[in-house]
Design a protein around this ligand. Structure first.
Ligand SMILES: *Cc1c(COP(=O)(O)O)cnc(C)c1O
Length: 374
């Protein structure tokens, strides 16, 4: 083993560089796809902007019509980071005490169950009344009202609106199978029947829906893209982000810590997950599953070292992973390894190799990773 000399702190830690200009580019691409339709954009920044950091991506979202988050504390983060526009809260009120967080201007709460309406009703009036979006159970059934209950909930909202406790009422649906060409027609027909005759704006489309069903998206009032803003594809089996004209917003890198030679037949790593079929040169990289690199990634998972494509060998360890340098020309002892986020090494490709999805990887980096904005 030839150990690299102990570098500076930044060189031993995995790093994630967040590019808000890429986010701005991706938002513009989404808008282009919506065409001349009327749909406005809730830019989805839940889970701290899919792991990128709300404040870091916000400079790229100035052209969004609103931001969508999971909970009220995240809505306040958006405000604290300087976002002046509407904020949609997918989880609505999660506890009666959260009613104390209402009153901020331009707040939109998704209502998914009846208790949330009771909490809203019991809240002390004050500040600006929130708008609400009733969530239809649809075919995801991750919360939301079925047909009969939807009608009742709407009537309760209407009464609260007349009392000035609610500013406006919208209709929200979320499809379980928007990735499929035939995945939304039936679900949408049911939703449209449930909301018929009940005024209010409609929001139904995430990224996959607006990508694969653009005609449908164009006839809704608001769309709710998430993953594409960060440059990853919602349909990775068909096309990756760069193939859709998107730019990865997170560049996840680490450094080479050393190299070693494996004789033919030698095994590598825990449980001997890899055995060298011939003499090989192996690089050890300072990143592991404790940083958020997926432990289920396998031999063959793509990486780049100093711009050259290579592959993972065996399973990642807690702090380290091994890569194939056999046919690679490695210039420096401290060479940079791209774990994901280069158009030639997308997070989708790594996710596919680890039997997961891009959003799970992007949201999974840990506090050990040095995250910087660009
Ligand atoms: C997360 C989320 C979205 C965004 O989904 P993407 O697949 O990332 O585009 C839209 N709507 C709701 C209700 C969500 O929870």
């Amino acid at each position: 083993m030839t150990a690299a000399p102990c570098g500076m702190a930044h060189a031993v830690q995995a790093q994630a560089r967040i590019d808000s200009a890429a986010v701005a580019h991706n938002l513009a691409q989404i808008r282009k796809r919506l065409g001349a339709g009327r749909a406005r954009i809730w830019a989805t920044v839940k889970a701290d902007a899919y792991g990128h950091g709300i404040a870091r991506v916000l400079p790229g979202l100035t052209d969004a019509d609103g931001l969508a988050v999971r909970n009220l504390p995240e809505a306040h983060l958006c405000r604290a980071a300087g976002w002046p526009g509407p904020v949609l809260v997918y989880g609505g009120l999660q506890h009666p005490d959260e009613a104390a967080l209402l009153g901020a201007p331009d707040l939109h709460l998704v209502i998914s169950h009846a208790a949330q309406l009771a909490w809203l009703q019991a809240a002390a009036p004050g500040g600006r009344p929130p708008s609400v979006w009733l969530r239809y159970a649809g075919d995801t059934r991750l919360g939301g009202f079925e047909d009969e209950d939807y009608a009742q909930a709407y009537a309760r909202c209407d009464a609260l609106r007349e009392q000035g406790r609610i500013a406006a009422i919208g209709h929200l649906n979320h499809y379980a199978r928007s990735e499929d060409a035939d995945g939304i027609a039936e679900a949408d027909a049911r939703f449209r029947r449930a909301v018929a005759g009940r005024p209010g704006p409609v929001s139904t489309c995430n990224c996959a829906a607006l990508l694969l069903h653009p005609g449908h998206a164009a006839h809704t009032d608001w769309v709710r893209p998430g993953i594409m803003l960060y440059g990853a594809s919602p349909i990775p089996d068909t096309r990756d982000g760069p193939g859709l004209g998107l730019k990865p917003a997170m560049l996840f890198t680490a450094h080479l810590h050393g190299t070693q030679t494996l004789p033919r037949g030698a095994s590598l790593g825990y449980r001997a997950a890899f055995t060298a079929p011939r003499a090989m040169r192996v690089g050890l990289v300072g990143c592991g599953y404790a940083d958020g690199y997926p432990r289920h990634a396998n031999t063959g998972t793509p990486l780049l070292i100093d711009g050259q494509p290579t592959r993972l060998l065996g399973r990642p360890a807690m702090d380290m992973l091994a890569i194939d340098l056999t046919d690679i020309d490695v210039p420096g002892a401290d060479a940079t390894v791209v774990l994901w986020g280069d158009p030639r090494n997308t997070v989708e490709a790594v996710a596919a190799s680890a039997d997961t999805i891009a959003a799970a990887l992007l949201t999974g980096l840990t506090s050990r990773v040095a995250m910087t904005g660009a």
